[in-house]
Design a binder for this molecule. Structure first.
Ligand code: NDP
Length: 444
């Protein structure tokens, strides 16, 4: 049995109850097979893959807090410090009822390669809780965030581990978490990113993941001899990533026809009115179906369906495994020419394989949504330097980073005889840097 298959079998046997983690590991190990096979003896002796797939540390804790009725609630909290080979742990916090150890491990594992692709000195980590911020009062969210940080503060720090936002964790939650960290430690340091602009946040961080996604799409289109002008774009999700992907795509001349949340999706053939979406989602924290009250020419449909809409470009920006094989087939049948992931692992393995087998340009999330964490690293830099760059400066650096990621991903795929396979390219390019750092640092 090859070393890759041996390690995969071990991981499957050890973590059968973590399907998302197994899915992420399987995809990476399959992609890096060519590199591992060429170095099999050395990697096996050093147990390199075993070390790569096992987090350096998992912190798991209880989070007790009091709700508005005076009832004590208890949630699970996690921080997975996966790899510090190339820098301090860096990765978001997710607050969503579906969170369990396997979700945080999958996200932390992906984060290692994503962070490596940015070219910046950041390792891989991820955290979160099964707390659901939906329907909670501001006071309840604050109470939860304070309780969460009261445990987490022991394990994080500006040069140790720097969390950020993810699903269910936006500016409000980061503010409460930061306040509590400062209160407990007495330190005013860059321990979190995605902070408000009045207390160390970076301009353009809010927009960064969505804008970065569209910058890499632009680069892919450029290599296909095309632009975004006049393209019809289907977007899923209505959160941070989706909103700013829509904004940048529209600025570059595309017509975005859809957005969604976990209840259903809106279809607006005339182009999404983003000011209406922002008012619903960012100001009122409402549901996407309210869009049709303001824009009666649009339609709302309960359930899934964004990727059945005819479009030129598909940008899944909601959550893992939201785009399945049926969606992939529908996209191809409807003439879609490009898919780029805004969310983490939104395409199932079957959908990903379908895109690759059918030669559809497909950019995996660990490359295409890396603009968020890259800009978080720029926020860390500004915090350390005690200065703030302008929006234009940060945005220009973000664009450079995304163009650089495209070049690394496309270059690695070509180098290993898989030109156009951006999944292989992203995994190999991300892996090469991490593995070199791991080897240089000895058995730790
Ligand atoms: P938000 O919480 O801001 O928005 C998430 C959106 O996805 C909401 O519209 C939400 O709908 C929808 N959604 C969440 N879970 C589900 C589900 N199970 N089924 C259908 N829809 C769902 O999160 P972000 O925009 O920050 O994150 C979106 C994705 O992008 C995630 O995969 C995240 O890991 C990834 N990402 C985020 C980065 C960032 O900088 N924020 C950076 C890199 C990746 P509802 O309101 O109904 O729950």
């Amino acid at each position: 049995m090859s070393y890759v298959d041996e390690v995969m079998a071990k991981v499957e046997k050890t973590y059968p109850a973590e399907p998302e983690f197994l899915q992420a590991v399987r995809e990476v190990l399959d992609s890096i097979r060519v590199v591992v096979d060429a170095n099999e003896e050395k990697y096996r002796r050093d147990a390199l893959l075993e070390r790569l797939v096992e987090p350096e540390r998992i912190i798991s804790f209880r989070v007790p807090w009091v709700d508005d009725k005076g009832q004590v609630q208890v949630n699970h909290g996690f921080r997975v410090q996966f790899s510090s080979a190339i820098g301090p742990y860096k990765g978001g916090l997710r607050f969503h009822p579906s969170v369990y150890q396997g979700i945080i491990k999958f996200l932390g594992f992906e984060q290692i390669f994503k962070n490596s692709l940015t070219g910046l000195p950041i390792g891989g980590g991820k955290g979160g809780s099964d707390f659901d911020p939906k329907g909670k009062s501001d006071r309840e969210v604050m109470a939860f965030c304070q309780a969460f940080m009261t445990e987490l503060y022991k394990y994080v720090g500006a040069d140790v581990d720097v969390p950020a936002g993810d699903i269910g964790v936006g500016g409000r939650e980061i503010g409460y978490l930061y306040g509590q960290y400062k209160k407990i430690t007495g330190l005013y340091e860059g321990v979190l990113t995605g902070k408000g602009l009045t207390f160390g946040g970076s301009l353009a961080r809010t927009q960064a993941t969505g804008y970065g996604l569209v910058y890499i799409v632009e680069e892919m289109l450029k290599h296909m001899g095309q632009t975004l002008e006049g393209k019809k774009v289907a977007v899923s999700g209505a959160g941070n990533v989706a909103t700013y992907a829509v904004e940048k795509a529209q600025q570059l001349g595309a017509t975005v026809i859809s957005m969604s949340d976990s209840n259903g999706f809106i279809y607006d053939p005339d182009g999404i009115k983003l000011d209406v979406v922002k008012e619903i989602k960012e100001v009122r924290r409402g549901r996407i179906k309210e869009y049709v009250d303001k824009v009666p020419t649009a339609t709302y449909t309960e359930g899934k369906g964004v990727f059945k809409l005819p479009c030129d470009i598909a940008l899944p920006c909601a959550t893992q495994n939201e785009l399945d094989l049926e969606d992939a087939k529908a996209l191809k049948a409807n003439g879609c020419i490009l898919v780029a992931e805004g969310a983490n692992m939104p395409s199932t393995r079957e959908a990903t394989d379908f895109f690759l087998e059918n030669g559809m340009p497909f950019m995996p999330g660990k490359a295409s949504n890396a603009g968020g964490v890259a800009t978080s690293a720029l926020e860390m830099t500004q915090n350390s330097m005690r200065l703030s760059w302008t929006f234009e400066e940060v945005d220009a650096k973000l664009k450079d980073i995304m163009v650089g990621i495209y070049a690394k991903v496309a270059g690695a795929a070509e180098k290993y005889g898989m030109a156009g396979n951006f999944v292989a390219g992203a995994n190999i390019a991300g892996f090469e840097k991490v593995v070199e750092a791991m080897q240089a640092q000895g058995i730790v």
